[in-house]
Design a protein around this ligand. Structure first.
Ligand code: AQP
Length: 325
């Protein structure tokens, strides 16, 4: 069975963009693939996190996976820092990654601008750690949003480079990006992607948002000029809102456009708010029914399974590069 690997950083609560761009695709993949889903907590450290909040976010992200339907009977779910081989392989890959290729990474450039006071080495080599996450498990496919494509491409380059230098070792992974929802845009600025660490919380709908707050965020979302509810290149804000509606309600955009034809943005936003609230209520009921102890047990079992695979791979890598005497 093909191997799938993906993860989310516990930098805040998961938002609709993370769900529609990535996790929603995981759910389909887990029926016919060998899936590994990780809470990538080491990545989160590249931006300063308050320890108590980080601990809670790690648990919340794992609980979110479960509440959305990631099934621990089908998939391995674990926390990255519980398997130390991720950091070990990252160091080894650092020695074949070029600083020039890391300087070209869009996420690094964006985050360096956003966190001028803390442009740390971890932020710079973030894509190398992500390559280690992926390559450690002989991953065939990486389901991610559009923003992570460049990082998966780097993982491919590093796999090919390592294989060329030391002989066939790593599987060369493919990014798996769905056409719809691959880049959900900010509600307050449809020219930028929806992001957990956006300056304003009006940028995103977090899956744990209070439903009244979520409603307010939709009603305040930026729209385009005109009043016609229509998707298209000249209407980026409406296209984004229609995409969210379409994916959450599982209805084609054309059908939604027809329903709101001639009714204006206000009516459409009320309809979208209802779709979002229904989704959040269902999700939050499931989330609140999962006990912390249950999640911790699943994560411990997942880490043990992941560790077995990771240890085998790191041994192979060490042998190839001459570290095992
Ligand atoms: N706006 C988005 N639309 C579609 N997919 C998205 N993803 C993120 N934002 C969008 C996908 O979600 C997965 C997890 O993302 P991440 O936590 O690893 O980090 P990120 O890409 O940096 O996401 P955020 O929300 O912007 O977090 P912060 O603000 O902490 O950096 C990935 O598959 C990503 O593609």
């Amino acid at each position: 069975m093909p191997r799938i690997f993906s993860g989310v950083q516990p930098t805040n609560n998961i938002h609709v963009g993370n769900y529609l761009g990535a996790i929603r695709n995981w759910l389909e993949l887990q029926t016919s693939n060998d899936c590994i889903f990780c809470v990538v907590d080491l990545h989160a450290l590249t931006v300063y996190q308050k320890p108590e909040i980080l601990r809670q976010n790690i648990l919340n992200v794992a609980k979110t996976y479960l509440a959305l339907g990631v099934d621990p009977k089908k998939s391995i779910i674990f926390v990255q820092s519980d398997v130390k081989e991720h950091a070990e392989l990252a160091w080894i890959l650092n020695t074949i990654a070029k600083t020039g290729e890391l300087e070209r990474m869009t996420q690094f450039k964006d985050k360096a601008k956003q966190h001028k006071e803390n442009i740390n080495l971890g932020l710079f080599s973030y894509p190398v750690l992500m390559a280690a996450d992926i390559l450690l498990y002989d991953t065939d496919g990486v389901p991610v949003g559009e923003d992570q494509k460049q990082h998966v491409e780097l993982a491919r380059d590093l796999a090919l480079r390592f294989n060329h230098l030391y002989g066939e070792t790593f599987v060369v992974p493919q990014p798996l990006i769905n056409r719809n929802g691959a880049r959900v845009m900010g509600l307050d600025d449809p020219s930028k992607k929806m992001s957990k660490s956006a300056a304003s919380s009006f940028n995103y709908i977090a899956l744990l948002d209070d439903v009244k707050v979520a409603e307010k965020k939709i009603m305040r979302a930026v729209t385009d000029s005109g009043s016609e509810v229509k998707a298209g290149i000249e209407k980026p804000a409406l296209t984004n809102l229609l995409t969210i509606y379409s994916l959450l309600a599982d209805r084609p955009i054309k059908e939604i456009e027809a329903e709101y034809s001639g009714r204006g943005y206000g009516d459409f936003k009320k309809g979208l708010a209802k779709v979002v609230v229904d989704f959040l209520v269902d999700f939050q009921t499931k989330f609140n029914n999962i006990a912390d102890a249950e999640v911790k047990k699943i994560l411990d079992a997942g880490a043990a399974q992941a560790r077995k695979l990771a240890i085998g791979k790191i041994q192979e890598v060490k042998e190839k590069i001459g570290l095992l005497i």
